[in-house]
Ligand binder design. Structure first.
Ligand SMILES: *[C@@H]1O[C@H](CO)[C@@H](O)[C@H](O)[C@H]1NC(C)=O
Ligand SMILES: *[C@@H]1O[C@H](CO)[C@@H](O)[C@H](O)[C@H]1NC(C)=O
Ligand SMILES: *[C@@H]1O[C@H](CO)[C@@H](O)[C@H](O)[C@H]1NC(C)=O
Ligand SMILES: *[C@@H]1O[C@H](CO)[C@@H](O)[C@H](O)[C@H]1NC(C)=O
Ligand SMILES: *[C@@H]1O[C@H](CO)[C@@H](O)[C@H](O)[C@H]1NC(C)=O
Ligand SMILES: *[C@@H]1O[C@H](CO)[C@@H](O)[C@H](O)[C@H]1NC(C)=O
Ligand SMILES: *[C@@H]1O[C@H](CO)[C@@H](O)[C@H](O)[C@H]1NC(C)=O
Length: 563
């Protein structure tokens, strides 16, 4: 009897708990989509707390809140009409067979130069009206690899034919339409930074940087020729990996230069970046640069070791690259950088300072990069367009694109965004002649032999480090070498606000800037370890959020269980 009564009490208590749980608060706490990591989202999906359909709905709502209304960040060009169907299929597959891997059911945004198969409904235009509704022959290798890993292509963002790379308005360095503000494209308009109204998001993967910063997708992918992954990562308080040219396939990615282009993750943490790199790295017969990569690639998530700095020698190539007269950097960047060197020392690294690149003075005045890119762009873009199955605007090559822009000034050359001098300069080139090959050889000599590799060897270094703003990307760009960028700091309240274009400012109070680790070819594993150790010790990303209007409010709790 006593036993029975006790049992009833327990039973009643259980029922009460169940009723309480159902009618008041759900027992689960959903990850905050502003910060959620791939691992957290995967865990929630596995525990059936939410589905990939829920994730797509939530991210779409977050995009809608800030993209073309409110702060009008213009980070996302298109949402995929088939993302919800992809998500539903992947949810079903998870239920039946379990996840394919860490990216199963994870929504990913791609830069608008990474081709996705036409039947899916997304355009691939590099931000230009000239390629609208063009039919690509198939997925880019990157998109195919992401799909095979179970990722959901959420949409596309941003531009390429209008890129302005590196720091805003450093026009000498590889920006490829002309002297146009960073983050602008004909189709997308001016993308802006979520940390200060109308601040420069940096380009050309600006939409990736902004979307990662405020959680408009779980993962974003950008591409870099010179600065286009690392600079938007720097300006938006996120992590970017610019892989070695040849680690990741560029097949069916709208090109600038096969010698310098590379595709990589722009995400909120080094861990997420490593997980994405695992999926996209690898050989591809359709991109012969990838055939030079090591036979076996490491599991990059194995590099995520908090003690990775211990015993490492990290060089500071001060000459030219930390000279504000040359870089144009605000002094506050150097203050944060010197503090970062102390963090590295405290983590057990030997900071070798200075560890100059022998070629430093030559790199910052060299015009060899422009010569190479001008020739490469015309050849590679014309080949890309020739392979398209259909181009409704009728453009067949670079000359046609220049004419298209001139014929559609309202779309492609509005006031303040008229310049296309780089396109014209590239169009004037006549192919790969002796001048081109000499410039390419000079780039390899400056960037590799007498640049990064010389410093690594001379000072017995594991890696080099610099603040991301300035000319930091150039040696690695002309060498084809990797860079990993993590958050370093924020411009102070009293920084002098500068102009970055007709509609944008830079620097500005609270706008983030990053720290870049770089080294020789295929050193990503090493760089990821160093960046992770620094990130974990500092957690700079968490020290400041976007301005309030730029923080979307939709969360998983708003979509889970709703129809
Ligand atoms: C692609 O561009 C066409 C033409 O503007 C448009 O109708 C279509 O909606 C675009 N696709 C997406 C997914 O936005
Ligand atoms: C890739 O192929 C092109 C064209 O066949 C050739 O010119 C180039 O040298 C090759 N590059 C590499 C890195 O193998
Ligand atoms: C910085 O660069 C300027 C311009 O090239 C040069 O005049 C100056 O001496 C450099 N400063 C240092 C400390 O090297
Ligand atoms: C290319 O680099 C070499 C080595 O520094 C230099 O001598 C040459 O002037 C550079 N060419 C151009 C066009 O800048
Ligand atoms: C190579 O072509 C460029 C134009 O693209 C021209 O300026 C240069 O003189 C040419 N070089 C040689 C060696 O013919
Ligand atoms: C901003 O404030 C800091 C710290 O008080 C000071 O060192 C710096 O000179 C100031 N900068 C400007 C541009 O006023
Ligand atoms: C870049 O700087 C030049 C020279 O100061 C200026 O004429 C031009 O308008 C600037 N461009 C942008 C996009 O701000």
């Amino acid at each position: 009897m006593v036993v029975f009564r006790l049992f009833s009490v327990v039973l009643l208590a259980c029922q009460a708990a169940l009723t309480y749980g159902a009618s008041v608060e759900p027992a689960v706490t959903f990850p905050d989509l502003y910060e959620a990591s791939v691992v957290e989202l995967q865990a929630g999906l596995q525990k059936r707390q939410f589905t990939s359909v829920d994730l797509v709905k939530a991210y779409f709502a977050r995009i809608d809140e800030v993209n073309l209304q409110g702060p009008m960040l213009r980070a996302v060009l298109e949402k995929s009409p088939s993302a919800l169907a992809q998500a539903a299929a992947l949810d079903l597959e998870r239920a039946l067979k379990g996840p394919r891997g860490p990216l199963h059911g994870i929504p990913v945004l791609l830069k608008d130069n990474i081709a996705t198969i036409a039947i899916e409904g997304l355009n691939t235009t590099a931000g230009s009206f000239s390629l609208l509704n063009s039919i690509v022959p198939g997925d880019s290798t990157i998109a195919a690899k992401l799909r095979a890993a179970g990722a959901i292509i959420l949409g596309m963002h941003n531009n390429l034919l209008t890129i302005c790379e590196g720091k805003a308005n450093l026009s000498e360095w590889a920006h490829f339409r002309g002297n146009i503000a960073s983050g602008w494209s004909g189709r997308g308009g001016q993308c802006t930074n979520p940390y200060f109204p109308n601040a420069d998001p940096c380009g050309s993967s600006s939409g990736s940087g902004v979307s990662a910063a405020i959680g408009l997708a779980a993962v974003t992918l950008g591409s870099e020729t010179d600065g286009s992954i690392t600079c938007p990562s720097s300006n938006n308080n996120v992590v970017g990996i610019k892989p070695t040219v040849g680690l990741v396939s560029r097949s069916r990615v709208i090109p600038i230069s096969p010698n310098q282009d590379t595709v990589g993750p722009i995400v909120r943490s080094v861990s997420d970046a490593a997980a994405v790199l695992n999926v996209i790295a690898g050989k591809d017969p359709a991109d012969n640069f990838t055939l030079a990569q090591p036979a076996v690639l490491p599991d990059y998530t194995k590099a995520l070791n908090k003690n990775a700095m211990k015993g490492k020698r990290i060089g500071v190539p001060r000459r030219a690259f930390l000279n504000d007269t040359i870089t144009g950097n605000d002094p506050s960047v150097n203050v944060a950088f010197e503090a970062a060197l102390n963090v590295m020392r405290s983590l057990g690294a030997t900071v070798v300072d200075p560890a100059d690149l022998p070629s430093a003075d030559e790199i910052v005045v060299s015009n060899n990069e422009t010569i190479v890119l001008d020739v490469d762009f015309k050849v590679a873009l014309n080949a890309y367009i020739a392979a398209l199955l259909r181009v409704p605007t009728g453009v067949r090559n670079l000359a046609d694109i220049i004419a298209f822009d001139d014929a559609h000034p309202a779309e492609e050359e509005p006031t303040g965004f008229e310049d296309q001098s780089e396109l014209i300069e590239s169009q004037a080139t006549t192919g790969k002649n002796a001048t081109y090959f000499a410039a390419l050889a000079a780039d390899h000599d400056l960037g590799r032999t007498r640049g990064i590799d010389a410093a690594l060897k001379q000072f017995k270094l594991d890696a080099l480090v610099l603040p991301a703003p300035g000319l930091t990307t150039v040696p690695a760009a002309i060498a084809g070498y990797p860079i990993v960028t993590v958050p370093l700091g924020f411009y102070p309240a009293n920084v002098t606000i500068g102009s970055a274009g007709p509609e944008t400012v830079y620097p500005a109070p609270g706008v983030p800037f990053g720290l870049s680790f770089f080294s020789t070819a295929f050193s990503e594993f090493e760089l990821i370890g160093l960046a992770f150790a620094y990130e974990q010790a500092t957690q700079t990303r968490l020290k400041r959020k976007a301005f309030p209007a730029a923080i979307p409010t939709t969360q998983l709790k708003d979509v889970v269980g709703k129809f």
